[in-house]
Design a protein around this ligand. Structure first.
Ligand SMILES: Nc1ncnc2c1ncn2[C@@H]1O[C@H](COP(=O)(O)OP(=O)(O)OP(=O)(O)O)[C@@H](O)[C@H]1O
Ligand SMILES: [Mg+2]
Length: 249
């Protein structure tokens, strides 16, 4: 089992978008992947081209239904995570809550400090997404309060929505690279096609097949495999991206 926690102290930086893109990319590279949305707003599914009206299967304490899109098993973890005894079981490290065969990606809201802290202790890799803007970079000391950013061993950073035509973006990139060194595992460029694809409820691969983001996310996936010590598996056809409905696992 490998658990990847997506959480940033600053909201709106593209954490859910990258959680979804990484999940899809890892599935295309042959891994078995589960993505769990622990947020109230439930926006992860939109990044899989699902409609707001389409609901995800709920996470449960025992293996149950899952919704499969783009080769990724998607679950809503928010409802279960509101139960105190579930959070306690997670914090106690109870086995069996996550599929042992899968890479599990957890999308946690920036404001949900408790869930972040529980999953941070359990995860193999924490990915903190940043954007090249003051409000996001100013939260760097809050990634794990009390621990210097450069001393974080489990955390990898992604600088998202970079626009090299803008000076602030170039300067932020230089600053973050100098500060974080190898902990900055990927840069992802800004592309308006991301929002256009969301607005059309289309997968980014279909709405913008030539977007530079695909190459950036592929590099992110390779960096994640290296951090997890997992080689790519035999690649699978992840299909056309349409939701496959709810299946038993
Ligand atoms: N690389 C990118 N290029 C262009 N737009 C992007 C990029 N990454 C994210 N976005 C857009 O930024 C917005 C915020 O993204 P997202 O919802 O993934 O952020 P978040 O950190 O999960 O936010 P929240 O705190 O609300 O959960 C969305 O409209 C998304 O489409
Ligand atoms: Mg989000």
């Amino acid at each position: 089992m490998s658990l990847i926690l997506f959480h940033s102290p600053k909201g709106g930086v593209g954490s859910s978008f990258l959680a979804a893109q990484l999940a899809i990319q890892l599935a295309q590279r042959g891994h078995q992947v589960t993505a769990i949305d622990f947020t109230f707003q439930g926006a992860l599914k939109l990044n899989f081209a699902m409609l707001p009206s389409q609901s995800l299967a709920n996470m449960s304490r025992t293996p149950g239904d899952v919704t499969v899109v783009n080769g990724v098993e998607l679950l809503n973890g928010y409802d279960l995570a509101q139960e105190r005894d579930f959070r306690e079981a997670l914090a106690a490290g109870h086995a069996g809550l996550f599929n042992p065969e899968h890479i599990t990606i957890a999308d946690v809201a920036s404001g949900d400090r408790e869930m972040k802290s529980i999953l941070y202790d359990r995860c193999d890799l924490h990915i903190c997404t940043l954007m090249p803007e003051a409000a996001a970079l100013a939260t760097l000391p809050l990634v794990v309060p009390g621990t210097a950013t450069v001393a974080l061993r489990k955390t990898a950073f992604v600088l998202n929505a970079i626009d090299d035509t803008r000076r602030l973006s170039r300067d932020s990139n230089r600053f973050v690279r100098q500060l974080l060194g190898d902990a900055l595992i990927a840069n992802v460029r800004r592309d308006e096609a991301v929002n256009e694809a969301l607005a059309r409820f289309e997968p980014l691969t279909k709405a913008a097949a030539s977007s530079p983001i695909h190459g950036d996310v592929a590099r992110l996936a390779v960096a994640v495999e290296q951090r997890l010590g997992r080689a790519p598996e035999a690649a699978e056809d992840a299909g056309d991206g349409a939701p496959r409905g709810t299946t038993k696992r």
